[in-house]
Design a protein around this ligand. Sequence first.
Ligand code: 13P
Length: 225
Amino acid sequence: MKSLFIAGNWKSNKTITEAMEWLRNFQFPISNFQLKNTSIILCVPFTLLQIFKEQIKESGLPIALGAQDVSPFPEGAYTGEVSARQIQEFADWVIIGHSERRKYFGETDTLLKEKVLHAKEMGLKTIYCVPDETTIVPAGVDVVAYEPVWAIGTGKTDTPQHASHVTSVIKQKSSVATVIYGGSVTPDNVAAFIAQPFIDGVLAGGASLDPQTFFKLIVVASSPS
Ligand code: 13P
């Protein structure tokens, strides 16, 4: 059975009160479920990192924490930025190069390379998002997420077969061993992606916002069909 990597990306959602409610509802089912060969990473907004870190420690939740972005600069006079050194106080992972960062904030491959560099220097593990197999993956990336832009938040997914083909090309070109798929993943379609030989897991947006849905997605993904 292959190792699975299941990540949730909360994007710009949830207050502390809402996050605590989510945790209350996620904690019981996940703590009573036997996770085999499955890593769960939850990437929350910066404002929720501290409370999540505390809660994970306190309740022994079997999940790792991630941020969704990192500054391309070290700590210093960069108003509004959060540096890798600050993030590593709370999280082990960071998403870099999400298509929403590329689209709404004009992030370029050159800038993203700097982000990866700083994240690595501070010991953060990186999930690097690419919209296709032609996008260059910087050296040192730990996990690549193939996320076709048209599939994000639209309810339309790539076909599992095509997604597997793209991930296999990404693996060959980048030599990154773990490549996952993202774009409208749900408990109903996740098994078809996981069944593909070159897909090592998924990055879920909308489906991670509801604790029951995210738990269901994890159960389906980690149960061999
Ligand atoms: P959705 O699962 O909501 O389509 O979002 C995918 C995504 O962008 C995860 O990073």
